[in-house]
Ligand binder design. Structure first.
Ligand code: FE2
Length: 366
């Protein structure tokens, strides 16, 4: 096949849509705890009968929080089964009809054929396909659109606008898939989306005494979209991937990594506003300097904020993971600052897993 590099050009992540139990309260949480700004709203007042959506944004990161208004609807069904979680990873494209034709022509299951939505602000074309689990990729073509979000949404401009926290863009989005499904899902991204595999880890790389996972990182040709795909691997006890699959009732997005240029400021702002981060043991910092070598930041400040550090051949990265942001131990966030490194913190997995296992032990699900 020729010219496969060009069949699905993706400009970036357009938005991430969460189905939640209470969109109004979720929107407040993203404003107050994470510093997202109010953008747009759709609901009863805009003519919707079955759902409410709030749109919030920080930097280039746009989140849509959607909840059902009625007992029987796709949103209600999804939420009943999965709890709060990511339903849509929307990708910005120049041609949503072509994106749909190219991907469904390569075997993707269609969710929505290309459709044009229009209002006073212009037009947007969307189409969508299924990926792992019940997760969707929506292709968004919005070249001529100047409204607050999408046609049908009105500007949402409340008085309450807490300061942002320095979040800039989506760095990567990780999917958890079932036992022995990682290769199939990686193959989907290769064949259907034209992605390449950046890195793979097996259970020898990512394991502790108790739990293990396997991971392959799939990326778009221009590297703007990076999707690590995890599957559980056998361990003495239940891995965090299995715990996710048990509580989400199947595969789904595990975490969204959000980039910052100043992780110390971002993480401390989040802590002040009540975001819970994973516990990182003191012992992590006794060996970290030996592992990562010299870095620009003051190690005592990184330790104070419990920031994790890892190095690869291109540089190093700073990262930290929140605890799950809903009642079920499923979806969480990562805050990441890259200082040259292009990888995902493999060296931290062991330290991270030990930290997660402590949390799982407290929940009695290990
Ligand atoms: Fe990550």
């Amino acid at each position: 096949m020729t010219n496969t590099a060009e069949f699905l050009p993706i400009t970036g992540t357009d938005y991430v849509e969460f189905y939640v139990g209470n969109a109004k309260q979720a929107a407040h949480y993203y404003q107050s705890a994470f510093g997202f700004q109010p953008v747009a709203y759709a609901g009863l007042e805009t003519g919707l009968k079955d759902r409410t959506s709030y749109v919030v944004r920080q930097g280039k990161i746009t989140f849509v929080l959607t909840a059902t208004l009625i007992p029987d609807s796709p949103v209600a069904e999804h939420h009943k089964k999965h709890g709060d979680g990511v339903k849509v990873i929307a990708l910005n494209v120049d041609d949503a009809a072509k994106a749909w034709a190219e991907t469904t022509g390569r075997g993707a299951r269609s969710h929505q054929e290309p459709a044009t939505m229009q209002d006073l602000h212009g037009k947007v074309v969307t189409s969508s396909i299924y990926t792992y689990g019940e997760t969707l990729h929506v292709f968004v073509e919005r070249n001529d659109y100047h409204g607050p979000f999408l046609p049908g949404f009105v500007k949402w401009d409340p008085e309450y606008k807490p300061e942002d926290t320095g979040l800039l863009f989506v760095d990567h989005i990780v999917g958890n898939v079932d036992w022995n499904e990682m290769d199939n899902v990686a193959g989907f991204y290769r064949t259907v989306m034209g992605f390449d595999q950046l890195i793979s880890f097996d259970d020898k790389d990512i394991s502790t005494e108790f739990t293990a996972l396997k991971s392959k990182v799939m990326a778009s040709k221009n590297l703007r979209i990076k999707f690590p795909i995890n599957e559980p691997a056998a361990g003495l006890k239940k891995s965090q991937i299995e715990e996710y699959l048990d509580f989400y009732i199947g595969p789904g997005p595990q975490h969204v990594a959000m980039a910052t240029n100043d992780i110390l400021a971002t993480v401390s702002a989040h802590r002040e506003r009540g975001v819970d981060f994973l516990h990182v043991p003191d012992t992590y910092y006794t060996t970290v300097t030996k592992r990562v070598g010299k870095i620009d930041e003051d190690m005592s400040k990184l330790m104070e904020q419990r920031v994790l550090i890892d190095r690869d051949e291109d540089g190093y990265l700073l990262q930290l993971f929140t605890k799950p942001v809903q009642d079920r131990p499923t979806f969480f966030f990562e805050i990441i600052q890259r200082k040259g490194a292009k990888s995902f913190g493999k060296g931290n997995f062991k330290a991270l897993f030990e930290a997660i296992e402590l949390e799982q032990g407290n929940r009695g699900t290990l």
